[in-house]
Design a binder for this molecule. Structure first.
Ligand SMILES: Cc1cc2nc3c(=O)[nH]c(=O)nc-3n(C[C@H](O)[C@H](O)[C@H](O)COP(=O)(O)OP(=O)(O)OC[C@H]3O[C@@H](n4cnc5c(N)ncnc54)[C@H](O)[C@@H]3O)c2cc1C
Length: 510
């Protein structure tokens, strides 16, 4: 049996970041991936003359060279990878369109906290002051989380919390409660909630702390995309691991994590290969790990209960379109379009529990950030929506293709109606991914693409206070979108780095 110091199960950006940090620290590491190429959803695919990005619309937490801060920067700079990637800057934060007759909104929101607050004031008078307070609070949240990350043991954590009273006051609030307490007018709050679909927990439940932290990261630092798709990130990480003697093994699906005496001992793959390891980092959902990969007797009641208490976030549905006109010719002036019937997010979340009523979408025109994203005279449009329950699991196999195509057609028509831009006559290539596609490709339960819901009871604070303990099983760690830092590229990468550091013993409180 080949022995590694550490094995990582899954090669999404979270797993690759963990593998790279472990390799950097001299560990003999293997990243095992079930698919034939690494990256998880950090990947691309070709149809005709278009190369489609699978997932990455915006990478946040990546400050520009003159202000090299942010969580994605922290990971990529630590590994010396930031400059290996060619970046394109996303031009503006978002365009929010709601089309309910009683309160339509069409607001284009810029990056930069001052510009954002000014724009908010122009669309919703009385919003500037509360927006400034929100960004100040976000600064406090960032400082508190960073101090909390450094604190070890309950006493230090307690002292840290007491020295950040505003953070503590905000910790139990939902987004709706938090914005109300800041005195944000309703229309301003609606516009500020534009990003809610990125976390896909309705704002009456979504942790204010987590949402504000994310919004601030986007607005303060802007966002970027790799010009050559997220595959460039995948290749940079995988190359880094291999350059340091580590292995990134594809077609290697792990089917069993072997334990002994309450500690991991190694893993077994579908082909029967066994690898001994002192530490195992899981870049997959705890649900899969505890229910499929471990023997029942190895799982403690606490780990089972914790995992079952969490709810899956949105199940993803994407329409990838290659259009035979340039973005300019079609009038696609913006990069990111958030389109919702209205901003009653609780009701929108409920509507997203059925194909008949889900009218939410975030649509991105890649060429608005990078004119060369597709051949001259063409452009790429990617539409994403999420489902709040496993509706696609109930579709009969014989109806699947027709239902998928019908739903995709409706997303296109919602986009056309909301923006007044006609695209359906210009579709040269089209591909549709339903939750089943994601479930099959990355193995996520029910095709959930945003990990677990960021509910206020399970916010980043609650997770930080768990003292960095991933699992009752010694040597078992979690990284990625289902990990401690919640979902998204920057969170997944940071959680990979954090998991590696815990494994290295630096922050392991046990
Ligand atoms: C359509 C879409 C749009 C998105 N847009 C954005 C965005 O704009 N910005 C942003 O920040 N985030 C976005 N996200 C979220 C972001 O992509 C994820 O948070 C992040 O990529 C998660 O990475 P991960 O490390 O959890 O791994 P994943 O990408 O989930 O990869 C997990 C890997 O594990 C492998 N695996 C599973 N089971 C096994 C097994 N038993 N053995 C071996 N390998 C296994 C899978 O094949 C896969 O390669 C988007 C996601 C999607 C799907």
């Amino acid at each position: 049996m080949k022995h590694y110091d550490a094995v990582v199960i899954g090669s999404g950006v979270g797993g690759l970041a963990a593998g790279a940090v472990l390799a950097k620290n001299g560990l003999n590491v293997a990243v095992l991936e079930k698919n034939h190429c690494p990256g998880g959803v950090a990947n691309s695919f070709r149809r005709g003359r278009f190369e489609f990005e699978i997932s990455l619309h915006e990478l946040c937490g990546f400050g520009p060279p003159e202000n090299p801060v942010g969580s994605s920067r922290r990971v990529l700079d630590a590994l010396g990878l930031s400059d290996r990637i060619e970046w394109a800057r996303v031009p503006e934060a978002y365009r929010l369109i709601t089309f309910a007759e009683d309160s339509p909104i069409d607001a284009v929101m810029p990056f930069g906290t001052r510009a954002f607050a000014d724009a908010l004031e122009s669309y919703a008078p009385g919003s500037r002051g509360p927006a400034e307070k929100a960004f100040a609070l976000a600064g406090e949240i960032r400082r508190a989380l960073s101090d909390l990350g450094r604190a070890s043991g309950p006493e230090e954590k307690r002292a840290c919390l007491l020295s950040h009273p505003d953070f503590l006051r905000a910790a139990g609030l939902s987004v709706d409660e938090g914005l109300r307490q800041l005195g944000m007018p309703e229309r301003g709050a609606d516009i500020m909630k534009g990003y809610w679909a990125y976390l896909f927990t309705d704002c009456s439940e979504l942790s204010f702390l987590h949402y504000l932290n994310m919004v601030n990261s986007y607005i303060e630092l802007g966002s970027v995309i790799p010009k050559n798709r997220s595959l460039e990130l995948t290749n940079a990480f995988a190359g880094y691991i291999r350059e340091r003697g580590g292995d990134v093994l594809t077609d290697s699906e792990v089917t069993r994590i072997m334990c002994e005496g309450g500690a991991v001992r190694g893993v077994r793959t579908r082909s029967g290969a066994e690898y001994a390891a002192d530490g195992v980092v899981c870049n997959i959902s705890p649900l899969s790990v505890y229910s499929l990969l471990l023997e029942e007797g190895d799982v403690t009641a606490f780990d089972r209960k914790k995992t079952n208490a969490r709810e899956l976030s949105g199940r993803g549905f994407c329409v990838y379109l290659g259009l035979d006109r340039s973005a300019r010719e079609l009038g696609l002036e913006n990069y990111s379009y958030f389109i919702y019937p209205d901003m009653d997010t609780a009701s929108q979340y409920r509507s997203a529990g059925s194909t008949a009523t889900n009218l939410i979408q975030n649509t991105v025109c890649q060429n608005a950030a990078d004119e060369e994203a597709s051949p001259p005279g063409t452009c790429i449009l990617t539409m994403t929506t999420l489902f709040s329950s496993d509706v696609w699991g109930g579709v009969a196999p014989e109806d699947y293709h027709a239902e998928k195509d019908a739903f995709a057609a409706r997303m296109i028509s919602v986009f056309e109606k909301a923006t007044g831009i006609s695209i359906s006559h210009h579709i040269e290539e089209m591909e549709v991914a339903a939750p089943q596609t994601f479930a099959r490709y990355i193995g996520s339960p029910e095709g959930a693409i945003y990990g677990y819901k960021a509910a206020s009871w399970d916010s980043i604070l609650a997770r930080k206070l768990m003292d960095g303990k991933d699992s009752d099983i010694r040597g078992l760690y979690f990284a990625g979108g289902f990990g401690m830092n919640l979902n998204g590229y920057s969170s997944a990468m940071s959680s990979g780095m954090d998991a590696a550091e815990r494994l290295l013993g630096r922050r392991d409180a046990r």
